[in-house]
Design a protein around this ligand. Structure first.
Ligand code: PEP
Ligand code: MG
Length: 761
């Protein structure tokens, strides 16, 4: 057999020019396919060229040159059946010098293909799925060379466009038996933020649809790709220069590799060659990417798989730039109630979404301590993570029901299930409405004990929760959120603006700012950790330990807080105080910054109230020393309980092993209540525990008079308080602490049935 043109570009270009004319003609789709097999057969000097398309669950021979014409629309293969079915199933090409030697080979007598030995076929791909196969065969047993395979792959792209435009494949039916099923399904993952939601599936990064494959003007396409490369490289350079990484950090390495790919000459050359062959810029990028994907799949190396992510990322970026298609669904704007689907998200990316329409998030990755999860929790958006492969199971616009409480995601639910779910949502909303209507009612027990119910916050918008819930203020403002959502260390001015806005918005209600609790699991990409890998980050170099050592950070924050509270009261507390001297050092630092600002004639707070968080058990032994120094103490039960039980708070296996309502924790908190009693100290609990009604009841019974909780819990907890008799609760807790029952939770729950309002929210 004589060889086709010698370069992939000219071979493919030759075919493309002729295909272009066929596509532009007024012929029927079937006639066009007939012409296409002739063009390819001639160009590749192949006796046989056939096109199989997926129809009604099978691959059907639609056009052939060289096989018996009577087999057209007669020969049908199931997915995975024979060589053609295997190509479609695996979405991978085959190139064989002896077709019959392949284990998947199947002989179909009606086609008359027995005389042909060699075989090459490539999938016709649309949206990552094979919608057909184009193959060539010839008598002489030899492998097709790279030039020919590349030409065939380019042809497959054009065919994909032709087939879709001509409506030759039934996309609904084809979707039914493909990877993207339309049947209802119920999946589970790892619940990361509790809650339930109903909405339409929206992909964070919508797939780019390539409208045109064959170029009208090759030079123009080349220019488009050149300028897209320029733009992409500029973006990457900017990203690299803005990120203020430490020298030699892991992030720097990642970015350097990314940059190296962006500037890779081989990559741009291959795209250019594809354009030379007659493809549009978009099709050329996709074509090269398909090729790389195929090559990478053959290499089983996890490190390379990571690099493949980088490359995919860059190719997508380039495609978006060149096609001008919007980069994320956030920028496109949400139109319906939405459940967002993403491989992973950064906190800033999540914040770009319209919060009124974003009802839930599904991540393929994700972990409890990921920054995005901390932010989602603050926003009250339910999240389920670790749902691998979800992007292949769900299609844009599918109805989804997300229930993070039951750990279930229902895809394309039936009408009955939607109805039942709507009822569940309705009940939950009705209860929310009841709680909202209690906004102006005070959290007072039946016997007149006023409990202060405050909210935990961390973002500018969270302040609104004070008025929507009627809370008594912000009992914990996690200032590190601003650091976590930012790509670089927030400047002092930026911090100042946020703190001032929060104080302004809170009006006459107090805001307790916690200085940054970073490090450990809340690490910042732009803060390097001196290269020490931490085996126990929760017990590591974090919070006040970092802040006192890197005091530049704390000084900047102190000045921002002091200035923001000029002329008012500043409430500030320090996280993870382990020994009283750490509190002294932090307070001294604030006092020195006060002097600094006073020297510069800045307006200072009228009063500064200093507090500490009690999260490290050792501090409970030192309350006689600490008590006289502080204005308030806030028990962070999230950290405290993990340290008391030596049980990692993020470990899924330990999540339910130890109960908050255990005698040890109850006795410990009681000791703290008694430890601060001789001093003039306001005591609060600000961990998640206080947001659960039974736990809140127990805390109140122990003598805790202030809770700072997640905003969604304010209504339910207030309702519980208003139904409670304080003296009875205190007595019950005293009894249980003195003589712990076998199951404190069960005992308290049974007791609460007669003594408090704890109906499900
Ligand atoms: C806690 O530990 O209880 C707490 C409130 O702080 P964080 O959850 O931010 O560690
Ligand atoms: Mg903590």
């Amino acid at each position: 057999m004589s060889k086709p043109a010698s370069t992939p570009a000219s071979a493919a270009r030759n075919i493309l020019t002729r295909l272009h004319d066929v596509m532009a003609s007024k012929a029927s789709a079937q006639q066009k396919l007939n012409q296409v097999v002739d063009i390819i057969g001639t160009a590749l000097n192949s006796e046989v060229c056939s096109i199989y398309l997926r129809r009604e669950g099978a691959l059907e021979l639609f056009a052939t040159r060289g096989l018996n014409q009577s087999a057209v629309h007669v020969t049908k293969l199931a997915l995975g059946e024979g060589l053609t079915g295997t190509i479609a199933k695996n979405v991978e090409m085959l190139n064989l010098d002896e077709a019959a030697a392949h284990p998947d080979f199947q002989y179909r007598p009606e086609t008359g293909e027995e005389k042909f030995h060699s075989f090459a076929g490539v999938p016709i791909v649309r949206r990552e799925r094979a919608i057909g196969v184009v193959c060539v065969q010839h008598v002489e047993p030899r492998k097709y060379d790279d030039v020919e395979i590349e030409a065939l792959q380019t042809v497959a792209m054009v065919l994909s466009e032709l087939i879709t435009n001509a409506d030759l494949v039934d996309t609904e039916a084809e979707a039914r038996e493909g990877r993207t099923s339309t049947a209802p399904e119920n999946l589970n993952g790892l619940p990361l933020v509790m809650g339930i939601a109903s909405g339409k599936a929206v992909f964070h990064q919508p797939r780019i649809t390539i409208e045109h494959v064959v170029a009208e003007d090759i030079e123009a396409e080349r220019q488009r790709v050149y300028s897209a490369f320029d733009k992409m490289r500029m973006q990457i350079d900017k990203m690299a220069s803005q990120a203020d990484f430490g020298v030699g950090g892991e992030h720097e390495e990642v970015l350097q590799t990314y940059k190296m790919f962006a500037y890779d000459e081989g990559w741009s050359r291959r795209i250019n060659e594809a354009i030379d062959s007659g493809l549009t810029a978009e099709a050329a990028i996709e074509r090269v990417q398909q090729h790389t994907r195929m090559r990478m799949r053959q290499i089983d190396d996890p490190l390379l798989a990571d690099r493949m992510h980088d490359l995919e990322d860059l190719a997508n970026r380039l495609l978006r730039i060149v096609s001008g298609q919007i980069s994320t669904a956030a920028q496109l704007g949400l139109r319906n109630d939405t459940i967002l689907i993403a491989r992973n998200l950064g906190p800033a990316e999540l914040l770009e979404y319209d919060r009124r329409r974003l009802k839930g998030v599904i991540l393929e990755e994700g972990s409890l301590t990921a920054h995005v999860i901390i932010v989602a929790r603050a926003l009250g958006i339910p999240v389920i993570g670790r749902m691998q492969g979800i992007r292949h199971m769900v299609r844009e616009g599918d109805h989804l029901l997300l229930d993070a409480i039951e750990n279930s995601l229902l895809i394309r639910p039936s009408a009955n299930i939607i109805e039942a779910f709507e009822e569940k949502l309705g009940q939950s909303k009705a209860r929310q409405a009841v709680y909202a209507s209690m906004r102006d009612e005070e959290a007072v027990t039946q016997d007149g004990k006023r409990i202060s119910v405050m909210v935990n916050a961390g973002l500018r918008d969270d302040v609104a929760a004070i008025s929507t819930t009627g809370a008594d203020g912000i009992g914990l403002f996690r200032t590190e959120f601003q650091f976590l959502v930012s790509a670089t260390l927030p400047q002092r001015e930026k911090q100042l603006r946020l703190y001032r806005d929060v104080i302004d918005a809170a009006g006459d209600k107090p805001v307790i700012f916690r200085t940054v609790d970073i490090g450990g699991d809340k690490s910042l990409p732009y803060m390097h950790d001196d290269g020490i890998a931490e085996e126990n980050p929760a017990m590591g170099w974090r919070a006040l330990r970092v802040a006192l050592e890197r005091d530049g950070l704390l000084k900047a924050q102190a000045r921002a807080l002091l200035e923001a509270a000029g002329g008012r009261t500043l409430n500030v507390m320090f996280p993870m105080v382990s020994e009283p001297w750490e509190f002294d050092a932090a307070r001294d630092l604030f006092e020195s910054q006060k002097v600094y600002l006073a020297d510069r004639k800045k307006m200072l707070p009228l009063r500064i109230r200093y507090g500490a968080m009690l999260e490290v058990p050792a501090l409970a032994e030192m309350l006689d020393i600490l008590g006289p120094k502080i204005d308030f103490l806030s028990i962070g039960t999230n950290d405290l309980t993990q340290f008391l039980f030596a049980a990692d708070r993020a470990h899924p296996k330990l999540a339910e092993r130890y109960d908050w309502l255990s005698p040890a924790i109850m006795r410990f908190i009681k000791r703290v209540v008694e430890g601060v009693a001789p001093h003039n100290v306001d005591l609060a609990v600000c961990g998640e525990m206080g947001g659960r009604r039974l736990e809140a009841l127990a805390l109140i019974g122990l003598g805790v008079e202030r809770l700072s909780i997640t905003p969604a819990a304010v209504g339910p907890v207030k309702a519980m308080i208003r139904s409670l008799n304080y003296a009875e609760a205190v007595q019950k807790m005293d009894e249980m602490i003195a003589n712990p029952p076998a199951n404190m939770r069960a005992e308290l729950k049974a007791w609460s049935k007669k003594h408090a309002e704890l109906s499900r929210s």
